[in-house]
Design a protein around this ligand. Sequence first.
Ligand SMILES: Nc1nc2c(ncn2[C@@H]2O[C@H](COP(=O)(O)OP(=O)(O)O)[C@@H](O)[C@H]2O)c(=O)[nH]1
Ligand SMILES: [Mg+2]
Length: 307
Amino acid sequence: MTDSSAETQPHRSGYIAVIGKPNVGKSTLVNALVGRKVAIVSPKPQTTRRRVLGVLTRPDVQALFMDTPGIHQPREALNRYMMREADAALGDCDALLIVVDASAPPAAADEHVFARVADAPQPKFLALNKADKIDPRELVANVAAFHALLGSERSMLTSGTRGDNLEKLLEMVLAALPEGPAYYPAEMATDQTERIMAAEFIREQALLNLEEEVPHAVAVAIEEWEPRRTGGLYIAATIFIERASQKGILIGKGGAMLKKIGAGARKAIAAETGASVFLELWVKVRDKWRADEGWIERVVGLDGGAG
Ligand SMILES: Nc1nc2c(ncn2[C@@H]2O[C@H](COP(=O)(O)OP(=O)(O)O)[C@@H](O)[C@H]2O)c(=O)[nH]1
Ligand SMILES: [Mg+2]
């Protein structure tokens, strides 16, 4: 009898917390690694507010990438909530993927991140991201500086937008996962419901189209979600902002801005759900919601109904 089991690797699985300062490309990387858009992305910092799971399923391994809000100094209740989300991911994971923007030298904000993960017992990996964005000679100097801080053994130069070295990064990280079963069905790319993703796609459009403080004052709640007999999907959502003056900016001249946000979001939701989507957007002022712990837990945390 030949023993084939000796060659069969045991199935592995585990959580990988994706950690770093804001805007280094964590969400872009998670999307690229799992091959699906599970997390929204924008050029603005603090786009990600909650933990978002991206699931990569292969025959021999299931990797659960936990995207997190960028680590920064929390000032408001919303930022404290975001940092609790990042810390929760750190506590629960089997490996850490620290992401830095290698197109710039390490800064104080990076060192703040490294200090925060220094005592984590899990294996740590470093993605030197945005490698596409800079002249190779400058890149070499930045990489050396990051290696001086974090070591060079488990690091990889990557570009989340261009896809450079992602398979190599995966090889390295996946090898560190413990033996274990697949926790999610193979077709599931995220733990988020379609409703939550729809709310996020609306917020993404707000981040892409609005400037300065306004997009950061935006929260989205799905109010109605109704498949139509004709096959379409009716969705009503409320976009919350903090001040009446922001309401005008959000709606725009003759409603143009809200229309633009709605059109972009509708397209993204339709792509995700495969349905033709009718999206109705309402705008409400919720005074100082970013200081309201309970409201944040409900609306930012779960995107459930807003009270
Ligand atoms: N040039 C370049 N830009 C990137 C790369 N990864 C992300 N970005 C851009 O950086 C910005 C922030 O990305 P995001 O994934 O939201 O960063 P996060 O805040 O760390 O999750 C977006 O405008 C991305 O398109 C990369 O590898 N190269
Ligand atoms: Mg993000």
